[in-house]
Design a protein around this ligand. Structure first.
Ligand SMILES: Nc1ncnc2c1ncn2[C@@H]1O[C@H](COP(=O)(O)OP(=O)(O)OP(=O)(O)O)[C@@H](O)[C@H]1O
Length: 264
């Protein structure tokens, strides 16, 4: 897989400063700091239990770190809240697919627009015309995403009837429906075959290129990480042990030791 990623990134969009998170006696994250530039694809890697998902959960406000600060688009918060993160333009996919399995592809992606809907239920009753126009606009955007992800043929299909790879693509579609500035992808290729992985890689790169979306992804497949990312942050036992370009990280002795299981 050679993606031919073009490296052109902008100002800092996300700053993680000295984050510490623990659950009772378990230290999930200790003093983790890194920065993400606009339009960058940043991969977070590390062995199981290293704190990767916890980091994403702090960024989108699901977990509340005991220490440190998160600055997104210039606004610093000690603790993010999920609805604020979403409103500020952070969208997320999950390690285990979190779709409405009994609903169609179209309706699932439509749920990603919820935050952007201006008219509420009681308003819809009064301003029926405005609500209808708004609905048409949202549907147009959703249809664009469906075309972009090449899932037109299954747009009316119930999600439970789709292959795992397609379900992952629909989940990406739902996140894209929110038109995020920052997209958090938790193992977007997990459980996929080679062909599905290649498709997902292509879509992630196209999202980054065409929409200018900044992306943070957690991924275990090192081939994918090396191909997709501009930079890589490596976590081990909740601490950052390296941060750099894929080439820098690949040749970093501490990283090599962590992956080969050398005790230190
Ligand atoms: N909600 C929680 N309650 C208690 N402990 C948690 C919780 N979430 C994470 N942890 C613990 O925090 C540590 C880091 O977990 P996390 O899921 O962030 O790691 P990870 O690097 O994403 O792992 P994996 O690659 O296996 O998904 C682990 O020891 C985990 O058991």
């Amino acid at each position: 897989m050679n993606s031919g990623k073009v490296h052109h990134t902008g100002d800092i969009i996300l700053k993680i400063d000295n984050i510490a998170l623990s659950f009772g006696g378990i230290k999930a994250l200790t003093d983790v700091s890194f920065q993400v530039r606009k339009h960058e694809i940043l991969a977070i890697i590390g062995p199981n239990g290293a704190g990767k998902s916890s980091m994403l959960n702090c960024i989108n406000g699901v977990y509340h770190p005991q220490d440190g600060a998160i600055t997104f688009k210039g606004e610093t918060r000690k603790q993010m809240r999920p609805h604020i993160a979403a409103k500020q333009g952070i969208a997320r996919t999950f390690q285990n697919i979190a779709l409405f399995k009994g609903m169609s592809v179209l309706d699932n992606i439509m749920t990603g627009r919820n935050l952007m809907m201006k008219t509420r239920f009681w308003q819809q009753a009064i301003y029926w015309g405005a609500a209808q126009r708004e609905e048409i606009e949202h549907r147009k955007k959703v249809e664009e995403i469906i075309r972009f992800l090449q899932i037109e043929s299954v747009r009316k299909t119930m999600v439970s009837q789709l292959s795992y790879g397609l379900q992952k693509r629909v989940e990406l579609g739902r996140a894209l429906a929110a038109e995020p500035d920052l997209l958090l992808l938790d193992e977007p290729m997990a459980g996929m075959n080679v062909e599905e992985k290649q498709d997902m890689c292509r879509f992630i790169l196209e999202v980054n290129e065409q929409f200018g979306t900044t992306i943070i992804l957690i991924e275990h497949d090192m081939g994918v990480v090396m191909d997709l990312s501009d930079r890589v942050v490596v976590l081990e036992y909740g601490r950052k042990i390296a941060d750099g370009t894929p080439d820098e990280v690949r040749s970093n002795q501490t990283v090599i030791d962590a992956y080969l299981g050398v005790s230190h």
